[in-house]
Design a binder for this molecule. Structure first.
Ligand SMILES: C[S@@+](CC[C@H](N)C(=O)[O-])C[C@H]1O[C@@H](n2cnc3c(N)ncnc32)[C@H](O)[C@@H]1O
Length: 416
């Protein structure tokens, strides 16, 4: 099974054949589609000999929608493979990894953040997710991983989007389920008309949305209506995330990440203990950490850092948390700056933190807690840590991207 969730076969010449929707141990009749990387991508025409771990996928869109690629695998086998993604990445980086890792399973109905793709095709609106490895959008009537409060918006969104002048050919709709309700951001390809604004406001009223915002692709969102503050609570602190803000994909995943991060903190904490938190977003980890230690939080996005600062000030936390905007790829914290900290917590985007981790390793910070959503870049960065003499002190796999090949994880590295 490959990192993308495809079954991998071997051709007589040793080349790999990647067969989506096949499982380990199966015999399938596969048609080659195109060369990819070191081999071929193929389509399974028929499953000649199914594995006993193959089960009926619960979703009617399975196979066409690229959101879930592993619904046809029995839970225990699927979960063992997911935990194995983390073990493999860490072993490849040179670390000794325990036989079984801490694993937090995900469940259907937990996803509280979604980015729907929208297309206008003839007279109708297609709303859904991309097909596997394609730009085609699969029209979804429902989505089993989605939180029911978000799924309930799918049917009424279609007529709303169909009536908007702002949706000419394509758009996207990001919805974050906040404590105060679903916060909707529409990114569309044409200017909003007055009627569009009225329709969006009426939609917010009818479906109890706190806020609706709109933006042209790549532009700063404009708030179209704010019926009440768009707020959420992070470790007991009220935060006002900007439209479309990054939030952990599930509340359950967030809780597991926070627990694993706190478990990695130094055993002895004094008034002088200071932690650097990199890629802090709106403060998911910042406020949890600040209950134990003083935190210097760094984040590149101006709106996210603005929300974090506002929450720090309103929560009376200025003595515990300093928040700074910083682009950590162009201007990583230097080894000298990092020397002031007992530990570094970092939660980089999918691309990882190559430039920043080199400085962390050079500084020899005693504890590094790495939160990752991509085992491949985690593995690359972990290799740098291994080369600098760190050992693995803890690792947890968190399945907040249920039935996909994506994996969230928290790894604790210690020096000496
Ligand atoms: C995976 S999110 C984690 C956010 C936060 N820790 C949380 O749990 O909600 C990654 C964060 O890194 C930020 N980011 C991405 N690239 C960055 C860069 N080059 N420099 C600084 N921050 C960056 C994003 O804006 C985002 O907030």
């Amino acid at each position: 099974m490959g990192a993308e969730g495809d079954g991998i076969g071997r051709l007589p010449d040793g080349k790999a054949v990647y067969v989506p929707l096949s499982l380990p141990g199966e015999q399938v009749l596969a048609r080659p589609v195109r060369p990819v990387g070191d081999g071929w991508l193929a389509v399974a025409e028929t499953v000649e000999q199914p594995d006993e771990a193959r089960v009926a996928p619960p979703c009617r869109h399975f196979g066409r929608c690229g959101g879930c690629v592993l619904q046809h695998w029995q839970d225990s086998a699927y979960r063992a493979w997911k935990a194995g993604l983390l073990s493999y990445a860490l072993r490849q980086a040179g670390f000794a990894v325990p036989e079984t890792l801490e694993f937090h399973p995900g469940l259907p109905g937990e996803r509280r953040r979604i980015d729907f793709a929208v297309r206008r095709a003839g007279g109708r609106i297609i709303l859904g997710l991309h097909a596997p490895r394609a730009t085609e959008v699969i029209d979804l009537t429902d989505c089993l991983v989605l939180h029911p409060a978000l799924m309930a918006l799918m049917a009424p969104l279609r007529p709303l989007l169909g009536g908007l002048r702002a949706v000419k050919r394509e758009a996207s709709v990001v919805i974050n389920l906040l404590d105060s309700g679903p916060d909707l951001l529409l990114r569309s390809d044409a200017p909003l008309s007055l009627d569009d604004r009225n329709a969006l406001t009426a939609f917010a009223r009818a479906h109890n949305l706190p806020r609706v915002s709109c933006a042209a692709p790549g532009e700063t969102p404009e708030t179209i209506c704010l019926l009440r503050p768009a707020t959420t609570t992070l470790s007991g602190v009220t935060v006002r995330p900007p439209p479309g803000a990054f939030l952990q994909a599930t509340a359950e995943g967030e809780a597991a990440i926070v627990r694993a991060v706190l478990a990695g903190l130094p055993g002895r904490i004094t008034a002088k203990t200071r932690i650097a938190e990199l890629y802090a977003g709106c403060g998911t980890l910042t406020f949890a950490l600040a209950q134990a230690v003083r935190v210097a939080a760094f984040e590149g996005d101006p709106d996210a850092i603005g929300a974090l600062r506002q929450a720090v000030n309103q929560g009376g936390l200025a003595g515990r948390i300093e928040a700074a905007q910083r682009h950590l790829t162009r201007q990583p914290l230097s080894a000298r700056e990092l020397g002031a900290f007992t530990a570094v917590v970092l939660d980089p985007p999918h691309a990882g933190a190559a430039a920043q981790i080199a400085q962390v390793a050079a500084a020899g910070v005693p504890i590094v807690i790495y939160v990752s959503c991509n085992p491949a870049t985690l593995g690359r960065d972990a290799r740098t840590m291994h080369g600098a003499g760190y050992r693995l002190a803890g690792a947890a796999a968190i399945d907040q991207f249920l039935w996909s090949a994506r994996l969230e994880s928290v790894c604790v590295f210690r020096r000496g």
